[in-house]
Ligand binder design. Structure first.
Ligand code: ADP
Length: 472
């Protein structure tokens, strides 16, 4: 069953119960008030008639020293004709009727329940009419008598039935009007739920950009807002996952391609070597190709392994003296004089994993070497900044076109493939650097101009130490 129908059903049930019980108690309250009034009136009538009976008995001529049954009957008839609100019956000590109005109910149950000098009453129905029957014991001259009255209250009962009937009709009309009003109200109240359900449906079908319309500021509006925010986060995560899947597919495609090139060369040269006898020089060249391509494959697999390990690893940061890093680079390139290395750095300490940062710097300097012409210069800077310690590796080599600057961080991307391969490159060095710096909460930034050279830099968290310049 629809939620709006449930609301409708509940409202109608509550409305029907409220009107039903309300009407019942109201009509009943009016009825009971009227009955109390009628009872009090019946009791008054009984008192007046009792008084009139006693007075009439006293006025009987004194020559009669006893009150005869016929005299009492006469008094009864007189009393009845003097008023017309009640029927009356007068009985003697033995409950024998001495006088009874026409239509007075038969039987003496009321009197048999009566205690002395108390006026009692009961409500009876006779011939489809309702009466309040009262009874009192009285004394007239020397006679003990019982006086009973019957007051007709059929109208009060009819009014009650009429009240119930009016209320029934009113309840019915109110229910119909209420149901129509509640139908529209429940429809309006559940509109945000329908909009949310629609949005959820659209998103299930793959339309992640779809958002639920927010039509109110109440709790439902807040829920819609929260749902939309959740959808936003979900959409971002899905796009991120899609990007990751695409990146992985690109990676696999590039990996297979990069694997194919050296393998083709190795297989080709190996085939030549095994199929015919070559002169010494060609034999050496073929074996050399196999060796260099094999070496390239080895480098590539080691780099890939490094990337995977870096991605999975957690950082084991230590406090490192930057001088130690620059000295390491200087020692590594000591003796390679075709390109000049210049160092300029401020003394300081950084928080990093030593071997990983050495790998980054080595890769950057190595790339700068590959890009530089013999006789060129490579500059290494260490600058303390407000937000950390900045390492810069600058060369005056080939440079990188602007549109390629972002792509070079992707695995297997090489700007000039043949040049890179000839220098034993596989397009994995910068991808590894990026991963390492990501692990350190940093990133690798490149500024480059074609023909003018490139500058790669990154920041690491550092400690305040006395500034000091060192130049090599
Ligand atoms: P590899 O050096 O093994 O080819 P890298 O990931 O280190 O792979 O670099 C990717 C590509 O970026 C290189 O092939 C090269 O084309 C370009 N590149 C990197 N550093 C420089 C640089 N300093 N100057 C010019 N090009 C560079």
């Amino acid at each position: 069953m629809k939620f709006s129908y449930k609301i409708l059903l509940c409202s109608i049930t509550i409305l029907a119960a409220a009107f039903g019980f309300g009407g019942f108690f109201f009509v009943n309250y009016v009825f009971e008030s009227s009955m109390e009034r009628e009872i009090s009136q019946a009791m008054n009538d009984s008192s007046i008639l009792q008084f009139a009976l006693e007075t009439a008995a006293l006025n009987v001529p004194s020559k009669y020293d006893v009150l005869h049954d016929s005299t009492i009957g006469q008094i009864g008839a007189n009393l009845e004709s003097s008023q017309n609100s009640s029927l009356l019956r007068i009985s003697d000590e033995g409950l024998q009727t001495l006088y009874a109005s026409e239509g007075f109910v038969e039987g003496t149950e009321l009197l048999s329940n009566m205690e002395e000098q108390t006026r009692i009453y009961r409500i009876i129905d006779s011939n489809e009419r309702y009466y309040i029957q009262t009874g009192i014991a009285t004394t007239a001259m020397d006679r003990s008598l019982y006086l009973e009255t019957m007051r007709d209250v059929t109208d009060v009962f009819s009014e009650r039935d009429q009240g119930f009937s009016v209320y029934r009709r009113l309840t019915f009309i109110m229910l119909i009007c209420g149901s129509v009003a509640m139908y529209f109200m429940s429809h309006w109240l559940t509109k945000p739920i329908r909009l949310l359900a629609k949005a959820a449906g659209r998103m299930t079908e793959g339309d992640y950009a779809y958002r639920a319309e927010q039509i109110s500021r109440d709790e439902m509006g807040q829920l819609t807002g929260d749902f939309n925010r959740m959808a936003e986060a979900l959409e971002q995560t899905i796009h991120q996952l899609e990007d990751e899947v695409r990146a992985r597919e690109d990676f696999i495609a590039a990996f297979s391609h990069e694997l194919k090139t050296p393998l083709t060369a190795i297989i080709g040269y190996a085939d030549v070597l095994r199929s015919r006898k070559l002169d010494e020089e060609k034999h050496f060249l073929s074996a050399n190709y196999i060796y260099t391509e094999g070496k390239r494959l080895e480098t590539m697999s080691l780099r890939l392994l490094d990337i995977i390990v870096t991605k999975r690893n957690e950082l084991d940061a230590q406090r490192i003296d930057v001088a130690q890093l620059f000295t390491f680079i200087r020692d590594m390139y000591d003796g390679k004089d075709e390109v000049g290395l210049k160092f300029q750095y401020e003394q300081g300490f950084v928080w990093a994993e030593l071997n990983l940062i050495k790998t980054v710097l080595l890769n950057l300097v190595d790339n700068a070497y590959k890009a530089s012409e013999p006789g060129g210069t490579i500059e290494l800077y260490g600058i303390k900044q407000e937000d950390g310690y900045c390492f810069r590796v600058k060369d005056y080599g080939t440079g990188i076109p602007k549109e390629e600057c972002k792509k070079i961080m992707e695995a297997f991307y090489m700007v000039d493939k043949s040049r890179a391969r000839s220098k034993n490159g596989a397009g994995l060095g910068l991808a590894l650097c990026s991963e390492i710096l990501k692990l350190h909460g940093s990133e690798l930034i490149v500024e480059s101009e074609v023909g003018e050279g490139s500058c790669f830099y990154f920041l690491l968290g550092c400690e305040e130490v006395k500034n000091h310049e060192a130049e090599d």
